[in-house]
Design a protein around this ligand. Structure first.
Ligand code: G3H
Ligand code: 13P
Ligand code: ZN
Length: 326
């Protein structure tokens, strides 16, 4: 059977244009939660419906192949349907996170995504522009939003210094945005992916808000995206370590700094690791406390409940997106 081309509006999804416009004007950020499976998606949608928050549900290339692209399309459609049946009209965007090729972006657009990221951040400037431009030309025919990235997110092992900077260069953002035609731009200001964002045992260095401000000045009113924005919730790290895990020294971005980012031109904040930690912590705790249990609904149900709590907390007290879909 041939795969049918599906437009995101058939699935009831929204692109990011209106979401970002409102977030910019209202000085908050749209949460972008990564998911791979049913329970994560259920939790994200439940929490966003209960807090009346617009939401971006996003999948990496790996998550898409894990979940299966056809299954994923119907999961997204189901998520919209569940929200509507609950009487909620929150806008829901399905986004490809860190797309690594034109072909992958095209495939996602053709299967119903309403937004894609083309991550050419490792490429020289001109190649990054050209790749983003190519994706934009395809995506915009279908009104699909495109995110790109300038600057490389720090890894724990990277030396963050002026000389070896992988931070976004503010002097490049204007030309990049103009030449590529993208709808939003991810920048690098000191965050990184995963659970080990900063060296343990030292004070957490502040994000480079000076770079963010310089970028904002050069592209006023243009939506900026923050990746690597998990706080690495310490209660979860402790639970995981208490119940047989080993995540010594895991550290993330303090919530106060995320609040500051959300009030700026940062319109989208990406969160994956915190969700993974919540799920893992609750499953570990469950297994340790009830070693006889083997019904996945029991321990996955506990994990799902915790994820609802986490997402509500983020929307209400960190990103400021709660109530914004009213
Ligand atoms: O930025 C990457 C996301 O956290 C997704 O990670 O490729 O392991 O699904 P993944
Ligand atoms: P975290 O690893 O900090 O959750 O970042 C997720 C992310 O940026 C996905 O693109
Ligand atoms: Zn990312």
């Amino acid at each position: 059977m041939e795969k049918r081309q599906v437009h995101y509006t058939e699935l009831g999804l929204s692109n990011t244009r209106e979401m970002f416009g409102k977030a910019m004007a209202g000085k908050y950020a749209i949460p972008a939660y990564n998911f791979n499976n049913l329970e994560q998606l259920q939790a994200i949608i439940t929490a966003c419906v209960e807090t009346s928050s617009p939401v971006i549900i996003q999948v990496s290339k790996g998550a898409r192949s894990y979940a299966n692209e056809t299954m994923l399309r119907y999961m997204a459609m189901g998520a919209v349907q569940v929200a509507r049946e609950a009487g909620s009209n929150i806008p829901i965007c399905l986004h490809l996170d860190h797309g690594d090729s034109f072909e992958l972006c095209k495939s996602c657009i053709d299967s119903g995504f309403s937004s894609v990221m083309i991550d050419g951040s490792h490429l020289p400037f001109e190649e990054n522009v050209a790749l983003a431009r190519k994706v934009v030309e395809y995506a915009h025919q279908f009104d699909v939003s495109v995110e790109a990235e300038l600057g490389v997110l720090a890894g724990i092992e990277d030396e963050i210094s002026a000389e070896h900077s992988t931070y976004t260069k503010p002097e490049e953002v204007e030309a990049f945005v103009k030449q590529s035609g993208v709808d939003s731009l991810a920048i690098s200001i000191g965050t990184s992916h995963g659970a080990y964002k900063f060296p343990a045992g030292k004070p957490v260095p502040p994000l480079r808000f000076d770079i963010l401000e310089e970028c904002e000045k050069r592209i006023p009113g243009f939506p900026i995206v923050l990746h690597g924005a998990s706080s690495v919730v310490q209660e979860y790290v402790s639970l995981i370590n208490q119940y047989g895990g080993n995540l010594e020294g895991a550290l993330g971005v303090p919530e106060e700094q995320l609040r500051q980012a959300a009030a700026s031109a940062v319109c989208k904040i990406n969160i994956d690791s915190d969700g993974r930690l919540a799920v893992t912590a609750k499953i570990r705790e469950y297994f340790a406390k009830d070693p006889k249990e083997f019904d996945p609904r029991k321990y996955l149900g506990e994990a799902r409940k915790e994820l609802v709590k986490l997402v509500k907390h983020k929307n209400e007290t960190v990103l400021g997106s709660a109530g914004k879909a009213d």
